[in-house]
Design a binder for this molecule. Structure first.
Ligand code: 5GP
Ligand code: MN
Length: 377
C-alpha cells in the first residue's frame, strides 16, 4: 500500500508510516500508503504529498486525463470522476481514451466530451500539446494505451499516475498508487478528499466513482473489498445517487445475443482441466461473430467457473484482432499478474490480469494447459 513521489531525475523516497523513527531516505523505489480519508496510522501522508499535488494543479489550466485500452467501468468512472472535480476547479479538462468502449458505459455524466484517439487523433494531439499536466488513470505501463503512448511520452508535461495495478513503470513524474485499493475510483476519492475537495463531490462525481468501485469489485464481492470500500460508498450515497439504478445501467443491458453467447460459452465451451482446479473458455472469432459480438459482451464471463466448487483459477480466450485476448482470474495466493507477465505479454493484479497472444487460438490454449499446473501449484 504505497505512493511514491518521483520528481524527474531527483528520486526522494520517504517512509511516511514510521512516525517514531521519522522520515527515512532510501535509494530504492518504495511505495507509500496513500492518505486514508478515515483515521489510521498513515495519516501523515496527507502533510507530505498533497501540498505538492495541490500546488501543481493550482498552477495549471489545461489538463488531460488518459485511461487504458478497451476502457472498463473503473477506467471511465475514474476518468470522468476526476474530470468533474477538475472542472469544478475551473480547469480546461480533456478525457482521452485510446479506443472504443462498451455502450453500457456510455451513459455517465461527461461521456459526450470523451475523445477517442482512434477517431479523433488530431484533437487529442492538440489537447496533449497544450496540456500542463497529464493524469494517467487505471494503468501501469504506456503499453496499455498502444499508439497513444508515444504521444504521451513526447509531452513534457508532468504525468501523474493514479492506479492500483502491480509494478507500475517509471514513466510518471508522480505516483498516487496503491495495489490494495479495490479500484482506481477509490484512489480518485482519496485524491479529491486529500486535496480538500470533499465538498465538491456531487451526484455527477459520485455516480462515476460508484461505477468503478462496483465494477472492479464484482459488485462488492472480491477480496479487495474492505470497510474502507463501504465507507466510501456510504459517502457517495449521501449525494443522492441511486445504486440500484447504476447497477441496472451497467448490468441489465444485455442484448439477446449476448445472453445466448453466455449460455453457449458455459454449456458448450467451458472446460475444466483434468485433475486441476482450473477452468477455461476459448471462443473463436467465428463463434463470437455468430452471436453478433460487440465490445464488452464477454465482460465478466471469465468469472463464471468460480461458481463451481473447488475452482481456483479461470481463463478466457477471445480470438480476434490478429491474435488472442486473454483474461485470467484466480483465488487467494495464485498470482495471475506474474503468470500473465511471464507468459502472455500482460499483467494486472494478483487475482485479475489480462494479456495477449500473437498466435493461433489453438496454440494459445495448448500453451495455457501446459502451464496450468505451474500456475496453481
Ligand atoms: P480483463 O481480463 O478484465 O481484460 O483485465 C483484468 C485486469 O488486467 C485489468 O485490471 C486490466 O487492466 C489488466 N489487463 C488486461 N489486459 C492487460 C494487458 O494486456 N496488459 C496488462 N499489463 N494488463 C492488462
Ligand atoms: Mn481498475
Amino acid at each position: 500500500m504505497f505512493v511514491f513521489i518521483n520528481s524527474r531525475g531527483k528520486y526522494t523516497y520517504i517512509i511516511l508510516n514510521s512516525p517514531k523513527k521519522g522520515p527515512k531516505i532510501l535509494k530504492k523505489p518504495v511505495y507509500f500508503v496513500p492518505w486514508h480519508p478515515y483515521p489510521n496510522k498513515t495519516a501523515s501522508m496527507r502533510k507530505d504529498s498533497f501540498p505538492k499535488f495541490k500546488g501543481l494543479i493550482k498552477k495549471c489550466s489545461n489538463i488531460v486525463i488518459v485511461t487504458h485500452w478497451s476502457p472498463d467501468g473503473d477506467a471511465i468512472g475514474s476518468s470522468l470522476g476526476l474530470y468533474h472535480y477538475l472542472k469544478a476547479l475551473k480547469k480546461t479538462v480533456t478525457v482521452v481514451v485510446p479506443n472504443e468502449y462498451p455502450e453500457f458505459l456510455q451513459w455517465m455524466p461527461g461521456n459526450k466530451h470523451i475523445l477517442n484517439f482512434e477517431k479523433d487523433a488530431a484533437k487529442v494531439n492538440k489537447s496533449i500539446a497544450k496540456a500542463d499536466v497529464i493524469f494517467t488513470l487505471d494503468f501501469n505501463t504506456l503499453k496499455r494505451i498502444e499508439k497513444l503512448g508515444a504521444e504521451i511520452e513526447k509531452s513534457k508535461a508532468p504525468k501523474i499516475l493514479i492506479d492500483h495495478h502491480q509494478q507500475p513503470d517509471n514513466y510518471p513524474t508522480y505516483y498516487f498508487h496503491d495495489v490494495n485499493a479495490c479500484s482506481t475510483c477509490e484512489l480518485i476519492f482519496d485524491f479529491i478528499v486529500g486535496l480538500g475537495g470533499k465538498k465538491l463531490i456531487d451526484k455527477k462525481i459520485a455516480s462515476c466513482l460508484y461505477v468503478g468501485l462496483m465494477t472492479d469489485t464484482g459488485s462488492f464481492r472480491y477480496s479487495s473489498v474492505n470497510s474502507k470500500t463501504h465507507m466510501i460508498i456510504s459517502e457517495l450515497l449521501k449525494t443522492g445517487i441511486i445504486p440500484s439504478d447504476i447497477h441496472s445501467a451497467i448490468y441489465d443491458t444485455y442484448s439477446e445475443e449476448r445472453m445466448k453467447l453466455l449460455g453457449y460459452a458455459l454449456s458448450e465451451k467451458m472446460t475444466i482441466i483434468k485433475g486441476l482446479p482450473v477452468a477455461y473458455i476459448a471462443l473463436t472469432e467465428a463463434e463470437l461473430k455468430k452471436f453478433d459480438y460487440k465490445k464488452g459482451d464477454t465482460e465478466g464471463l471469465v468469472n463464471y467457473p468460480f461458481a463451481i466448487k473447488g475452482i481456483k483459477a479461470c481463463a478466457l480466450f477471445n480470438e480476434g484482432e490478429g491474435g488472442v485476448k486473454l483474461s485470467f482470474r484466480s483465488k487467494g495466493k495464485i498470482d495471475v499478474n506474474k503468470f500473465a507477465r511471464a507468459h502472455f505479454n500482460g499483467g494486472g493484479h494478483i487475482n485479475a490480469a489480462g494479456g495477449k497472444a500473437h498466435d493461433s487460438l489453438e496454440n494459445t490454449v495448448k500453451k495455457f494447459i501446459s502451464l496450468a499446473e505451474e500456475l496453481v501449484k
